[in-house]
Design a protein around this ligand. Structure first.
Ligand SMILES: O=C[C@H](O)COP(=O)(O)O
Length: 246
């Protein structure tokens, strides 16, 4: 669950309480990504059943980088994961593929898990460039990281993020299968089989079950719907038996 830049101390207290009370299937990995300023609050009040992710991290060791948050600091406050390459980092902040790849490599080298986001914009899909864009973004991670052991790929078509316009199960499955095939051909068959590929973009309690049935969809990265604890629990439980990060 990914709060993006949402929440207050009060709303997050309520959300944590809902999550602590939720019945979450045991075989689903659940990760929550609060804004930096609330990570400590969440870490200190949320059940250990759910791990904590940051929404970004600095590209190297901490130091004189005003406004940035280092991987070392994230580890210090109990983060196990970091979300990198989110479309808002790419298209609003301007991070490029290589910079994101370097961030992933540094976070992994320090022992954080990486939720590595990729995805095409609407005009790219309409121009028939979905696979080209996704493969290029995936290659930048592959070129930078030494191992995929601690990486979850998040496919998030930009046109589906926060728009209410979810990819159809067939659209999402088509890209997930292509990504797995790319890993098989360019990394290894083993990595292609073992790497979890999760979908993000307007996932909610009503559409998650059909998406979760798709062979290559291993879980979800949930934004808006994660701000409602009971609905998020429904989404988590829709991917049971797939051992998925959600
Ligand atoms: O990380 C979350 C994604 O950006 C998806 O957000 P959304 O579920 O609100 O579309």
């Amino acid at each position: 669950m990914h709060f993006q830049t949402n929440g207050t101390k009060e709303s997050i207290t309520k959300l944590v309480s809902d999550l602590n009370d939720a019945k979450l299937e045991a075989d689903v990995d659940v990760v929550v990504a609060p804004p930096f300023v609330y990570i400590d609050q969440v870490k200190n009040s949320l059940t250990d059943r759910i791990e904590i992710a940051a929404q970004n991290s600095w590209v190297g060791k901490g130091g004189a980088f005003t406004g940035e948050i280092s991987v070392e600091q994230l580890k210090d406050i109990g983060c196990k994961w970091v979300v990198l390459g989110h479309s808002e980092r790419r298209h609003v902040i301007g991070e490029d593929d290589q910079f994101i790849g370097k961030k992933a490599a540094y976070a992994l080298s320090e022992g954080l898990g990486v939720i590595a986001c990729i995805g095409e914009q609407l005009q790219e899909r309409e121009a028939g460039k979905t696979f080209d864009v996704c493969f290029q973004q995936l290659k930048a991670y592959a070129d930078a990281i030494p191992s995929w052991d601690n990486v979850v790929i998040a496919y998030e078509p930009v046109w589906a993020i926060g728009t209410g316009k979810v990819a159809t199960p067939e659209q999402a499955q088509e890209v997930h299968a292509a990504l797995r095939d790319w890993l098989k051909n360019n990394v290894s068959a083993d990595v292609a089989t073992k790497t979890r590929i999760i979908y993000g973009g307007s996932v909610n309690g009503s559409n998650c079950a059909e998406l979760a049935k798709q062979e290559d969809i291993d879980g979800f990265l949930v934004g808006g719907a994660s701000l409602k604890g009971p609905e998020f629990a429904t989404i988590v439980n829709s991917v049971t038996s797939k051992k998925v990060a959600a």
